[in-house]
Design a protein around this ligand. Structure first.
Ligand code: SF4
Ligand code: SF4
Length: 338
């Protein structure tokens, strides 16, 4: 596949051979041939080259709950596609083989072909996921535009760490997103993850403002973000943004360079107790035997019950005309979207 040209950069008048990438807060200064911190965007004469444009590391059809999205088309399947590279460097990354190196096997698939594959799969949605999709934003913008034409929903699973102008472009094409809020310490983001807390918070605010269906995930990592002060900061931020944003608490297991003990299951339950009354929907994940229920906020009946990826919908009804979900018991609209 041809090496595509990147957008989101500037050239300093007095240093014409250098390009400033303006996609994410790293603002890498790229010489011709050199790669940015994401390992996939490369300096070129007068611009940015994208040698990994269309390099797809994996494709699979997953339950939508695996993204995780619990309030968007529950019980459906989603065509899921992964790339290479990431602009963060989390030491506990569970997908480090594809996020922190670029020499894994991949298939070259253009955006139009990808959407054809997704449409042919029989699913009604496509997720950009596994490593960090946003460092391939030019590809995403093309694929998402085509997906819309084909009637597929676009789902973004991301670290949300990009600057506002590109964020607005991508969110305008996004139907649903699960965004990581990995910590509420600016120092942890910058020094341990190689990211920027304020950019992620702004991304979340924009997603909410732009009416993207938004869910948030926090991996509770032993020795990194498992202190109550930081957790409290996340709860405060999310509940101020909207108490109806579903928050996924995910248990960490040792991976990549982080060798601390796995998250104690009891801790996730303690955090759930801290949240009570401030966020309507909190779920725990990555724990054997987990059960997560979404109840009607009006009458309290169970709308969706989940045991791992086994889903039942005892009181959830769907109106085929309006494409809205409601509680079969009391008739109130459910905070679940299509
Ligand atoms: S997207 Fe990549 S090249 Fe651009 S600023 Fe971020 S890490 Fe650097
Ligand atoms: S943002 Fe996600 S993919 Fe990137 S390094 Fe962190 S955990 Fe891995």
């Amino acid at each position: 596949m041809k090496t595509a040209e990147g957008r989101f950069f500037s050239i300093a008048a007095d240093r014409e051979s250098l390009v400033n990438c303006e996609l994410c807060p790293h603002r890498c200064v790229l010489k011709p041939g050199s790669f940015g911190q994401c390992r996939v965007r490369q300096g070129a004469d007068g611009g940015i080259a994208l040698p990994f444009y269309g390099s797809i590391s994996s494709i699979s059809i997953d339950p939508i709950e695996k993204k995780p999205l619990y309030h968007f088309r529950p019980g459906s399947s989603i065509f899921s596609v992964g790339f290479l590279g990431c602009n963060l460097h989390c030491p506990f990354c569970q997908n480090w083989e594809i996020s922190q190196q670029t020499d894994m096997a991949f298939r070259s698939i253009g955006p139009a072909e990808l959407i054809r594959l997704a449409a042919d799969s029989g699913t009604r949605a496509i997720a950009y996921t596994y490593s960090e999709p946003l460092v391939h934003i030019e590809y995403l913008l093309e694929a998402m535009t085509e997906a819309k034409k084909q009637g597929l929903a676009n789902v973004l699973v991301s670290n949300g760490c990009i600057l506002e102008a590109p964020a607005r472009e991508i969110l305008a094409l996004t139907d649903a997103a699960n965004i990581d809020l990995k910590s509420f310490s600016a120092q942890t983001y910058s020094q341990k993850l190689g990211g920027d807390l304020s950019a992620v918070c702004r991304f979340l605010e924009l997603a909410h403002e732009m009416a993207v269906h938004l869910e948030v995930t926090t991996l509770i990592v032993t020795g990194l973000n498992d202190n109550k002060g930081e957790i409290e900061g996340i709860i405060e931020f999310l509940s101020t943004l909207s108490p109806d944003i579903p928050w996924h608490l995910s248990a960490y297991h040792p991976a990549y360079k982080w060798r601390e003990a796995a998250t104690k299951p009891g801790l996730l339950q303690e955090i759930k107790a801290m949240v009570r009354g401030r966020l309507s929907y909190v779920y725990v994940g990555n724990i054997w035997g987990e059960e997560n229920v979404t109840s009607c906020t009006h009458c309290g009946k169970a709308l969706v019950e989940r045991q791992g990826y086994v889903i039942s919908k005892p009181n959830l009804e769907f109106n085929e005309t309006t494409h809205t979900y409601f509680c079969a018991h009391c008739g109130e609209p459910a905070h679940i979207y299509y």
